[in-house]
Design a binder for this molecule. Sequence first.
Ligand SMILES: Cc1cc2nc3c(=O)[nH]c(=O)nc-3n(C[C@H](O)[C@H](O)[C@H](O)COP(=O)(O)OP(=O)(O)OC[C@H]3O[C@@H](n4cnc5c(N)ncnc54)[C@H](O)[C@@H]3O)c2cc1C
Length: 225
Amino acid sequence: MEALGVFIEREIELVSLTQQDDLATAVLRKKDGSEETVHPHWVIGCDGAHSAVRRLTQTPFEGASIGLSFFLGDLEIEGPDSPGDELSIHLSQGDVVFMGRISDRIVRLIVALHGQKEEDVRKELSIEDFQSAIDRVGVRVTVRGAEWKTPFHARDSQAKQYRIGNVFLAGDASHIHSPVGGQGMNTGIQDVANLAWKIAAVSRGADRALLAATMKNAAKLAAIC
Ligand SMILES: Cc1cc2nc3c(=O)[nH]c(=O)nc-3n(C[C@H](O)[C@H](O)[C@H](O)COP(=O)(O)OP(=O)(O)OC[C@H]3O[C@@H](n4cnc5c(N)ncnc54)[C@H](O)[C@@H]3O)c2cc1C
């Protein structure tokens, strides 16, 4: 990107966003707490499932839980079902434990359980929670420690609008669905590849109607997913 003259600034948080006429006003907070105000013509909110752009534009995120919870982590485990130098997958009535060895000590685990309520998935996932998720699938391993671990509950949700004036939502900020099928990132990249060339063309004088077509196609794509 730098070769193309695009520089990424990291650890900068969008804290406020308003629009007037054709210009947005965005307040950005840096790591040292200082703030900068910018006035972009276009804003693309690619800021994930908990999107600040979506919140700041008061765009509803409509949808519901699909009852599927994931427990992810890099764990120290032992027991007869610990994988060697291979990927291993255990299935039990639709629940899944996936294990892949990363080093002599650490194994990446992904556990997917059905019939879960969103409120039952704790923000702080304990080793005991992880162990009982694994036990439910009947995999014979004991968790001894974790480098990191995190829970995740799948929802099907879509922003009511993908465009609010000159502000657009893309990626998980605009639509989320089950990770099964591996299409979340893929659809997000397609959203933005499509949007980016159209914004570039409109900025160079193309008809603004081009951008209306983007929104129709993005909504269709999300509906298909
Ligand atoms: C278990 C699991 C497995 C998955 N497997 C696949 C797969 O196989 N294939 C696939 O295509 N997809 C997969 N996905 C989905 C994929 O991870 C997401 O769809 C994708 O990462 C979304 O990208 P994004 O850029 O839209 O959002 P994110 O990756 O969430 O990025 C948003 C960024 O915005 C930043 N941000 C948030 N708020 C602010 C703010 N106020 N100011 C500035 N920055 C902010 C965040 O720090 C973050 O860097 C999977 C997801 C999960 C949970």
